[in-house]
Write a protein of this length. Structure first.
Length: 357
């Protein structure tokens, strides 16, 4: 006799219980999908069933009222089913075609922007920034707003050679997907942290602080009952500040952002790629970050004009060569773009596929 499965509250519930009935019925048996327009797509199952997806942008950090409004719309037109994607899009899942147009009309009337499907720019995945993060070098939400105000046409209607994924991380610890996005902004501190030795001994644990440094730049300072930092090893990541507030790394005058390009996750046509540094530093100029936005828009426009159909940004750059990319994008090559990391050789092969050479 089989023992009944014990129910516990350990771990997340199984995702299948949240899938719409049409997805559960056709799971693994989809025949094809079609992008109808930048805001709508349809999946067709082998059974003939259809599921329409309407994608809507979101600012990621949402008010409770906004979430409730989205849920009310989903209850009205989607039998309560919607999903939030990893890039902060909101997707309404419609199984009844008669409800598709009324749904889109209500979304438009309520000010929700539809788009981001197919060969264009989808929502920007980003970190907390100044809104929540104690160690942020820039304001992720404000920068994303400024970027998408300039690039909205590529979300709404204008098409590109392939999809372009954008990301923003408000520090080099990168809780955003900047390492694998087509174009990404990484905020950077630029100075060695300052230590308040008087408060250190009362607020921080020495082993924890030393262990927090990824480059082993921190060592004990017995004379001061504190620590000292080797400036040559420090990479300005701010990990030490995270575990010990008396080690201050913020500098409103010198904090800024870097731009990396060419990353992707999928294995279609070419292997997954890590992003590479192209612009090492642009200073913060809130609230609109004009230089950062102009640089990103210029890269998108050069890519749109010169890439072949279906090429991602990293694939286009590898075809023409990085030297040609820097020239076409009118970006100065600097020594910061040279990969001199100690274990750089181990990062050269990063694909799931492997080939002896």
């Amino acid at each position: 006799m089989a023992i009944p499965q014990r129910k516990t509250d350990v771990g997340p519930p199984h995702y299948k219980q949240f899938l719409p009935p049409v997805i559960q019925k056709n799971y693994g048996k989809w025949k094809y999908h079609e992008v109808i327009n930048p805001g709508t797509m349809v999946h067709v199952g082998e059974s003939g069933d259809k599921l329409w997806t309407v994608r809507v942008a979101s600012p990621r950090i949402l008010a409770t009222d906004t979430i409730r409004e989205q849920c009310d719309i989903a209850e009205k037109y989607c039998d309560g089913y919607l999903r939030y994607t990893t890039r902060n899009n909101v997707e309404f899942l419609v199984s009844d075609e008669k409800k598709l147009e009324p749904l889109k009309k209500e979304l438009t009337a309520k000010g929700f922007k539809m788009g981001g499907i197919g060969y264009g720019i989808t929502n920007v995945v980003h970190t907390q920034g100044w809104v929540h993060c104690h160690g942020a070098c820039t304001d992720a939400s404000g920068l994303v707003k400024a970027m998408m105000d300039e690039l909205y046409e590529y979300f709404d209607s204008k098409r590109l050679p392939n999809k372009v994924r954008l990301a923003v991380a408000c520090c080099v610890n990168m809780c955003g997907a900047v390492h694998c996005s087509d174009i990404a902004v990484v905020a950077v501190h630029t100075k060695v942290p300052q230590i308040n030795h008087e408060t250190f001994k009362n607020m921080c644990e020495l082993p924890t602080v030393i262990g927090s440094c990824p480059t082993r730049a921190i060592s004990p300072d017995p004379a001061k009952k504190s620590i000292k930092i080797n400036a040559e090893k420090c990479m300005y990541c701010g990990n030490c500040f995270t575990v010990c507030p008396p080690i201050s790394i913020k500098d409103p005058e010198r904090d800024g952002v870097a731009i990396v390009v060419g990353g992707k996750i999928n294995s279609l046509r070419t292997n997954p790629k890590f992003s590479k540094l192209v612009i090492p530093y642009i200073s913060n100029v809130p609230p609109r970050w004009p230089k950062v936005v102009a640089a990103i828009k210029h890269i998108v426009e050069v890519y749109a004009k010169n890439a072949k159909k279906h090429e991602r940004i990293g694939e286009w750059i590898e075809r023409i060569g990085w030297e040609r990319f820097f020239s076409m994008a009118n970006i100065d090559f600097t020594f910061q773009s040279i990969d001199d990391f100690t274990f750089m050789r181990d990062t050269m092969r990063t694909a799931a596929t492997f080939k002896w050479s």
